[in-house]
Design a protein around this ligand. Sequence first.
Ligand code: HEC
Ligand code: HEC
Length: 357
Amino acid sequence: MKIHSLLVGLLAVGVIASCAKTPQAENEKKAPAPVVVAPPKAPAPQPRAGEPVKPVEAAKVADQAKVELGKKLFFDPRLSKSGFISCNSCHNLSMGGSDNLNSSIGHKWKQGPINSPTVLNSSMNLAQFWDGRAKDLKEQAGGPIANPGEMAFTHELAVSVLQSIPGYVDEFKKVYAADAIDIDKVTTAIAAFEETLVTPNSRFDKWLNGDNAAITKEELAGYELFKSSGCTNCHNGAALGGNSFQKMGAVEPYKTKNPAAGRIGVTKDNADRFKFKVPTLRNVELTYPYFHDAGAPTLSKAVEVMGQIQLGKKFTEEENANIVAFLKTLTGDQPKFTLPLLPPSTDKTPAPQPFGK
Ligand code: HEC
Ligand code: HEC
């Protein structure tokens, strides 16, 4: 009994003594010295080497004033004959830079011939359009303004509209240090804006940069299958596409009612019949429907068709679901900006002709 109570007493003293040594108690006596417990050092994530897919780099803006002007022009419907259709009508930046329609709707509700590709990350393309007929964004931007089935205007009229608006005249002068507006300055500004429309920081890019927890087991399995099946033969690099023209139907013909013949229209080389620019798979979750003819309404259907006609593979339901899950990790940070305010027209501005032929 005696020994027992002695032990209890000693233990109690020990407890009190150790209590007195808690950091708070010591800090109360001495000058406050915060106790910083360093967290165990996690090894810094290392970018994964040797992957056929690379992360998207953030845009480097060289001339912010030009980008701001280009943004206004991208959203300005007065570059169209109707005064109603802007670049953003068919490349809606609230919807992944596309219109989510089978084929675009142009002047006087005209049905377009082909699905509109996204403008997001389009600066990475080796050329523009499905058949690559424009060599870069600047050359591309002149196309839709004068295309009778799209904005149905002329370059001269578009320029005369801008020239009649003092707000634009001032802004062009500021950007180009020149008085006269011309189509070259218009398309250069639009291209400068489009170059900022990149989408870094997708979950997959975080994984590529070494963050193992950024994607799930299923998504990783999807990526492994995407690589091992051969999808990366054509969908590789930072954009997972955009860097080559490939036959639609490499191992089995693709059936479509759409008359587009692809790259042959540019090269006149029979070997290029039915070759199309490989589309980027960045943000592909947002840019449905798929293929130049919109033949695949869903991502699952697009993956099934690709497996079959490009690689001669039939995926199981689970494999298809994993690849689709992987593709959805490719959605990056969407461009964020304030909707531009467009300078108002004046009495001299040519009137829009929404129903003019
Ligand atoms: C009426 C709908 C419509 C309008 C308006 C329109 N586009 Fe397009 N855009 C399309 C379609 C459809 C294509 C694909 C055409 C093709 O490949 O033959 C396309 C292609 C593009 C491409 C090529 C992307 C790629 O991956 O090849 C870019 C860039 C682009 N448009 C930017 C613009 C800009 C800038 C404007 C405004 C000046 C504009 N578009 C106006 C429908 C439209
Ligand atoms: C031989 C080259 C090649 C291979 C291999 C290939 N693709 Fe494609 N992919 C293309 C081309 C070309 C297109 C556009 C075809 C068209 O619209 O006419 C395309 C389109 C797509 C699209 C639709 C994108 C859009 O915006 O319309 C998806 C999704 C896709 N591929 C996924 C895959 C997957 C998944 C695999 C592997 C199972 C794969 N691709 C293998 C060349 C290829």
